[in-house]
Design a protein around this ligand. Structure first.
Ligand SMILES: Nc1ncnc2c1ncn2[C@@H]1O[C@H](COP(=O)(O)OP(=O)(O)OP(=O)(O)O)[C@@H](O)[C@H]1O
Ligand SMILES: [Mg+2]
Length: 470
């Protein structure tokens, strides 16, 4: 009964509240007892007075005890992590009120701190996820305790809690990792081929220890740098230098041979001399074109990161070039038809756009079947089709289509037309002159403008469609 009352009053059974009330009432109980013994107070009055004292003590102690009980329960719930975010309600007694305020401000401090830590952990994970390079963390036992998104994509799995020695089975990697984990060295690098993955990608791997994490779990951070792009780039550069020197050496050796002949055997033969002079002139023109193309390619590469700024009217450039091509068109008995609806100006590099159109229209004239028609048309498009290697502008665009009749180009050859020095065998056989750099220049300029170029060849109709953002 007493216990139930205590619970009802918000006080724990085992709190010793009843005992405390009884102990406090002992001195007054003794006084009443002695008064009764000496006949100064009747027993019934003595009992009544003692009950009154018990009652007053209970009323006096109850609020404070009940409030302390509430504080105790609140702290227990905080400690066990079951507390809701709400703060402790304000108490009525002075002492418990002060205590409540102290507890509440402490609670608020820890809530803020926890929130800050949680946010930091989340943002650290998000930062790691934004890294394009795969990065993972392993503990001393070689267990993966964290990995960013690039790792998850690379291995197509969440490696958390997996044994790194089982995931990557390269012994050289194991040796290096163990050296770092056993603190023999702080940082190591190695070249690694992930033979367990489908394409067997090659990486430059860096393994580093984090000493300030020593008390935590992280012992080593393993970062992977994709070597594929770098190797591809190195190869491209080597090919380019080899191609360029080959292309320059060919006309030079032709010129040298003819000059030698002119100095010796053909010295006095006027007819042969004129013929040879003509060949030398042709080769010189070709070399000049080649050097000019190489120079403009390197100039464009230098501007590739600076956005263009001119206001350009594409239609009037097309008209200008068409007029300049009049003689060539007549020579090849070609007809050029244009469909140029009114279009707004675009922000572009005027000289470069002229070069794009010049190269495309030149090609159309050069590679079109004789007596055929070349069509040049422009239109407005809602968007630019995506490019495989770079991000195109996400804006409406102007499309320029140059269509000519000519040989059927196989899809694998279409894909290679913008490669430097790439020329179709058929055109080489027909002895049509060219450096094979025109479309490479076009592609670089379009890239700088964050546009795109789509080439199609169907039933002898070759179409080059250039998209330039408005
Ligand atoms: N309109 C086209 N029709 C058919 N084939 C084309 C067309 N345009 C280009 N090609 C092919 O693509 C190759 C590469 O073209 P590109 O313009 O880069 O070089 P080029 O015309 O040979 O030389 P350059 O333009 O430097 O004088 C050409 O040699 C040709 O084989
Ligand atoms: Mg060309």
């Amino acid at each position: 009964m007493v216990n139930q009352t205590e619970e009802f009053l918000g006080i724990d059974k085992n709190s010793g509240f009843a005992l405390r009330v009884l102990v406090l009432s002992i001195p007054s109980g003794l006084i009443f007892f002695l008064l009764c013994v000496f006949g100064l107070l009747s027993i019934s009055m003595g009992l009544l007075s003692y009950i009154c004292i018990l009652f007053f003590n209970t009323v006096f102690l109850l609020p404070m005890s009940s409030e302390i009980q509430q504080i105790k329960k609140y702290i227990q719930s905080l400690a066990s992590g079951t507390s809701e975010e709400t703060l402790l309600k304000k108490m009525t007694e002075k002492e418990t009120r002060d205590l409540t305020e102290a507890i509440n401000s402490m609670h608020k401090f820890w809530v803020d701190k926890t929130e800050m830590l949680e946010n930091r952990t989340l943002s650290d994970a998000a930062v790691l996820d934004t890294l394009p390079e795969p990065l993972l963390m392993v503990n001393k036992a070689g267990v993966v305790i964290g990995a960013n998104r690039a790792v998850r994509t690379l291995f197509a799995a969440d490696l958390s809690n997996q044994d790194i020695y089982q995931v990557i089975k390269d012994t050289a990697f194991h040796d290096v990792l163990q050296r770092v984990l056993s603190q023999e060295s702080r940082q190591e690098n190695l070249r690694l081929t992930l033979a367990e993955l489908k394409n067997k990608p090659k990486f430059h791997v860096n393994i580093t220890t984090l000493p300030w994490f020593a008390k935590g779990e992280v012992v080593a951070v393993v970062s992977f740098y994709d070597l594929h792009k770098m190797l591809q780039f190195e190869q491209m550069q080597q090919d380019f230098v080899a191609n360029a020197s080959h292309e320059l050496r060919t006309p030079l050796s032709i010129i040298a041979g003819f000059v030698e002949t002119l100095q010796t055997t053909a010295k006095d033969d006027v007819q042969v001399r004129d013929k040879f002079m003509h060949v030398i002139e042709e080769q010189t023109i070709y070399m000049t074109a080649l050097i000019e193309d190489l120079l403009s390619l390197s100039k464009i590469e230098m501007t590739v990161d600076t956005p263009p700024q001119d206001k350009v009217n594409v239609n009037s450039i097309i008209r200008e070039i068409k007029n300049a091509l009049a003689i060539k068109l007549k020579e090849n008995q070609l007809k050029m038809t244009t469909h140029l609806p009114r279009l707004s100006q675009i922000i572009a590099d005027e000289r470069q756009i002229k070069q794009v159109l010049q190269n495309l229209l030149d090609n159309a004239v050069k590679y079109a079947n004789p007596h055929s028609e070349i069509v040049v048309e422009t239109s407005k498009e809602a968007q630019i089709p995506p490019h495989r290697y770079y991000e195109v502008a996400h804006t409406p665009a102007i499309a320029i289509r140059v269509i000519n009749q000519g040989i059927v180009i196989a899809p694998e050859e279409v894909a290679r037309l913008t490669e430097r020095f790439y020329r179709l065998q058929e055109h080489k056989n027909r002895n049509i002159k060219g450096t094979g750099l025109g479309l490479a220049i076009v592609a670089q300029i379009i890239r700088r403008h964050r546009g795109n170029m789509i080439v199609t060849s169907e039933e002898g109709l070759t179409t080059f469609t250039v998209y330039l953002p408005i």
